[in-house]
Design a protein around this ligand. Structure first.
Ligand SMILES: *Cc1c(COP(=O)(O)O)cnc(C)c1O
Length: 430
């Protein structure tokens, strides 16, 4: 498919990055199940290894099936390039790796996926990196947290578990003023509901495990670069602006311009960290992207109906869905996610911990799992599972109090989902 900025999202999600296979004419993107690629001759091999020519060397770095997915996600997000990797958590490390060094820090929102809180508060310390968690609704506090060693700001467009909506633009302004990139985890919104680059984000990361694949089959991640950041404007990003000893002193930004971050992600990130996406996973995720807009529309429609039904039910204390007028983020949704507030929210059940456990056990269509973004409706009671090790105060602060369950609304018939919740709430609160 030729580049066409005039194509709509529904067309691009099927065609971007793909063309009939040049060898066989296969219409669907083949799974290139190969580790290595034959060089034309020794000069070709040398040019590839010197980064003077783009091509396939070895599948830890690049693979034709994965390359189609990279181009597709980059196009859907409005970026210039993307690097896929083995999981969403790998994508976060791959995004930070070129920016960070020992003693450097990031600023992250207090409202994040639980696994990300652990990665940023505990594991990155082993690299000598650190993270300051700040309430992103307090823009002055974010500004005040930036210091000389801050190298990035990180938040989620629609955040777990409560469906909090981030004001991406106001935080992007803080990052711009500080000369550092804003990284947005767009997993729960997807580029169909929110395109963070249009709101000023530099980099977008995904757990492709979730909505992009859409049916709970494979784990994967992706880092998309807007191509808009000037890595040479200050001396904060030497990996991108200064000579790279492992490539005979090549400077990534000078050589690759807006594609510097993407080339670095492949040539250094995948080469040396090795968190590679395999072609089978790329295949499943490519299948998923073809129906992304159709599924997201249904996820949003169902989530809205179910959130409204729950909010009017006497057995429920409150519902946090940002699509509801009662949400403090109702107005913000219109600018950040104009097509809807996603499929994820929490609600509080009268009867507390015991009622929540009974509810989860009594549901028949909803699955009790630690995942989101599946076609299937999913539920989890955080206080008895993912947030079990936390104190009651910590659970409350995380939006995961003993009386709260999180749902990821699927694409089933909304009436069936409501009937399932109705019968399970009856058992839970009787
Ligand atoms: C699942 C998830 C991640 C982590 O992704 P994995 O593919 O499980 O490594 C990161 N951020 C968000 C918002 C997620 O939902």
């Amino acid at each position: 498919m030729t580049d066409g900025p005039t194509y709509g999202f529904d067309t691009l999600q099927i065609h971007a990055g793909a063309k009939p296979d040049p060898a066989t004419g296969a219409r669907q993107t083949p799974i290139y199940q190969t580790t290595a690629y034959v060089f034309r001759d020794a000069d070709h091999a040398a040019a590839l290894f010197n980064l003077q020519e783009v091509g396939f060397i070895y599948s830890r770095l690049t693979n034709p099936t994965v390359a189609v997915l990279q181009e597709r996600i980059a196009t859907l997000e409005g970026g210039v390039g993307a690097v896929c990797c083995s999981s969403g958590h790998a994508a976060q490390i791959m995004a930070l790796f070129p920016l960070m060094g020992p003693g450097k820090n990031i600023i992250a929102s207090t409202r994040l996926y639980g696994g990300t809180v652990t990665q940023f508060s505990q594991t990155i310390k082993r690299f000598g990196w650190s993270c300051k968690f700040v309430d992103f609704d307090d823009v002055d506090a974010v500004k005040a947290a930036v210091d000389d060693d801050t190298r990035a700001i990180f938040g989620e467009a629609i955040a777990n578990p409560g469906g909090y909506i981030m004001d991406v633009r106001s935080i992007a302004d803080v990052a711009d003023a500080a000369g550092i990139p804003l990284i947005i985890d767009n997993t729960t919104a997807t580029p169909y509901l929110c395109r963070p680059i249009e709101h000023g984000a530099t980099l977008v990361v995904h757990s492709t495990t979730k909505y992009l694949t859409g049916n709970g089959t494979v784990t994967g991640g992706c880092i998309v670069d807007s191509g808009k950041f000037d890595w040479s404007a200050n001396d904060k990003f030497p990996s991108l602006s200064q000579p790279e000893p492992a490539y005979h002193g090549l400077k990534f930004h000078e050589t690759f311009g807006p594609l510097a971050f993407t080339f670095h992600g492949i040539a250094i990130g995948l080469r040396d960290l090795g968190m590679t996406m395999n072609p089978q996973a790329a295949h499943y995720t490519l299948m998923g992207t073809e129906t992304l807009s159709l599924r997201m529309e249904r996820h949003v429609e169902n989530a809205m109906k179910i959130a409204q039904w729950l909010e009017n039910d006497d057995r429920v204390d409150y519902v946090t869905y940002a699509g509801l007028e009662s949400s403090p983020y109702f107005e913000r949704v219109k600018t950040v996610c104009p097509k809807g507030a996603g499929g994820l929210f929490t609600f509080a059940v009268k009867g507390g911990y015991d009622a929540c456990v009974k509810l989860v056990n009594a549901l028949e269509i909803f699955s009790h799992v630690a995942n989101l973004g599946d076609t299937r409706s999913l539920i989890i009671h955080s206080a008895s599972t993912t947030h079990r090790q936390l104190s009651a105060e910590q659970q409350e602060a995380a939006g995961a109090g003993a009386n709260v369950v999180r749902v990821s609304i699927g694409t089933e018939d909304a009436n069936d989902l409501i009937a399932d919740l109705d019968q399970a709430l009856a058992k839970a609160t009787s």
